[in-house]
Write a protein that binds this ligand. Structure first.
Ligand code: RB5
Length: 147
């Protein structure tokens, strides 16, 4: 499995933590930055990760985006065609958004949750399969809105 990651300065510490955690689990990471604590604009990093996933450029299956709240970076990601980005701060939603929404990007806020919960969320989100069926028809309706 290969995961594309991105963050702004508000998410840099959690991004680095989750990156190391996933590498330790044998997951390949494509890190689109940011790489420092210098102030930057979260839409730039949302765009990099979304473009990677929708183009298939790096072969990343899914993405993880982090900013201070997770809100701005998830709003930006959901402007990209083909992206279903879920802002998640609890384990129940991490499971549900994979099973029901087939979310292809997970967003979190570094200023909202601790690293322990973030790790649980990421693990659950990565290990939950889409259920398809009636949920596939609803996702098609989301795609229709994009057109
Ligand atoms: C940056 O200060 C902060 O606004 C950003 O990380 C994010 O929380 C925006 O939604």
């Amino acid at each position: 499995m290969k995961i594309a990651m991105g963050c702004d300065h508000g998410g840099i510490h959690l991004k680095e933590h989750i990156k190391k955690y996933l590498i330790g689990k044998g997951i390949e990471i494509v890190d689109h930055g940011t790489y420092t604590e210098d102030s930057c604009d979260y839409p730039d990093y949302a765009a990099k990760v979304c473009k990677d996933i929708t183009s298939g450029a790096s072969g990343a299956d899914r993405g993880i985006l982090i900013c201070g709240t997770g809100i701005g970076i998830s709003i930006a990601a959901n402007k990209c065609k083909g992206i279903r980005c879920a802002l998640v701060h609890d384990v129940f939603s991490a499971k549900a958004t994979r099973a029901h929404n087939d979310s292809n990007i997970l967003a979190m806020g570094e200023r909202v949750i601790g690293v322990g919960l973030a790790r649980e969320i990421v693990t659950t989100w990565l290990n939950t399969e889409f259920e398809g069926g009636r949920h596939a028809a609803r996702i098609q309706k989301i795609a229709d809105i994009e057109e």
